[in-house]
Design a protein around this ligand. Structure first.
Ligand code: ZN
Length: 121
């Protein structure tokens, strides 16, 4: 095999053993650090969005069941792309949940906010 391998970190050709992926430990470490920080940031960002969504629902759903226009959530920065689970009832209604707090979209861009049974704190 005459294939020249290059370092995954700096891209320079690797000399010596063919199973090496990096020139040295420094390249290996910087590659792994980069990988970890990107994935860590990705997870952290999504966790932050979910926590923020949950907090918005908690703040708006004072009575445990509240009907309000969708814009009330959007005003506060609610992100409808992120939720932790879905719950579809026998009648075919689908609730979106962020942890124990959820919402059901109804007509004219209104929502019914709910809290999951047994998980209310
Ligand atoms: Zn390198």
């Amino acid at each position: 095999m005459n294939e020249t391998k290059t370092c995954l970190s700096c891209g320079k050709p690797i000399l010596g053993r063919s199973d090496k992926k990096f020139c040295d430990d420094q390249c290996r470490n910087s590659y792994n650090n980069q990988l970890n920080s990107d994935s860590t940031n990705y997870v952290r960002n999504i966790n932050n969005i979910l926590r923020k969504n949950r907090r918005i629902l908690e703040e708006l759903n004072i009575d445990g069941k509240t009907k309000l226009p969708k814009t009330k959530l959007l005003e506060r920065g609610f992100n409808f792309n992120y939720f932790t689970s879905l719950l579809t009832t026998k009648s075919g209604k689908t609730y979106h949940f962020c942890y124990e707090h959820g919402y059901l979209p109804i007509e004219n861009d209104w929502l019914i906010l709910v809290i999951r049974d047994g998980e209310r704190t």
